[in-house]
Design a protein around this ligand. Structure first.
Ligand code: G4P
Length: 215
């Protein structure tokens, strides 16, 4: 078990509906030493990639991305989920439809912060269905920048996001992959990442995200 899996076992709480609460150390209260260890591990896994920018999405990705950025010595850009009065100039906007939440969200990044010279590492806390993540990928691609990799703290391996992203050919590194959990016993099953298969088949129907970029 790696350091993040151990921490999830120690302080994570399994809730009904396949929800893993990690708010005591990851996405509400944040253990900065743990985030620092995660940043070092992302740096190790993406050591060969010429990353010059980290992109994340508000809100919970921001802390993880900022601590990781110190290991890469690069700036962080975070995508906004709604239009704010502080956003000005031209924007990249992806419209993301979340089947889980039955709603449409906008993922927005100012065009001046993503350019064709950028080699981007996308970082987020959770990957489940990955609709917002697919929106982020579209935005990077619209800007002419390159997605060098995707770093996730916790992937829910029984939802389709991870398989879809890997099948698209991206280097997706999740520090912990939960393959199952039981709210009654609190048991959490992690994937043995040494036995990861590449390109597991995913049918079109499994991608429940519908996303498009807006002009
Ligand atoms: P999607 O809507 O883009 O497809 O995203 P996804 O299914 O991957 O997850 C939707 C939201 O729910 C995300 O947060 C994600 O972090 C969170 N989430 C999914 N599964 C779990 C879980 O088991 N535990 C916890 N704690 N969170 C989970 P978000 O709505 O973007 O919120 P935030 O980043 O502002 O916190």
């Amino acid at each position: 078990m790696n350091f993040l899996e151990e921490r999830i076992i120690k302080d994570g709480v399994v809730k009904e509906g396949n929800v893993l609460k990690v708010d005591s150390f990851l996405n509400h209260q944040m253990d900065i030493k743990l985030l620092d260890e995660m940043g070092a591990e992302f740096k190790r896994r993406f050591a060969k990639k010429p990353i010059n920018k980290i992109l994340t999405i508000e809100s919970s990705g921001i802390g993880i991305a900022c601590v990781a950025a110190q290991h890469f010595d690069v700036p962080v850009v975070f995508a906004k989920k709604s239009q704010s009065i502080n956003l000005d100039g031209d924007m990249y906007v992806a419209e993301v439809e979340s089947f889980t939440h039955k709603c449409r969200n906008h993922v927005i990044v100012a065009q001046r912060f993503l350019t064709p010279e950028d080699r981007v590492l996308i970082i987020d806390d959770f990957l489940a269905n990955g609709c917002a993540l697919q929106g982020l990928i579209q935005i990077v691609q619209s800007s002419g920048a390159i997605v060098e990799g995707i770093g996730i703290a916790i992937e829910k391996g029984f939802q389709s996001g991870g398989r879809i992203i890997r099948n698209l050919g991206f280097q997706l590194e999740s520090l912990a992959i939960v393959d199952g959990m039981d709210a009654a016993t609190g048991h959490i099953q992690f994937r043995d990442q040494s036995k990861m298969q590449e390109n597991v088949f995913v049918s079109e129907d499994e991608n429940i995200c519908r996303s498009s970029t807006l002009d």
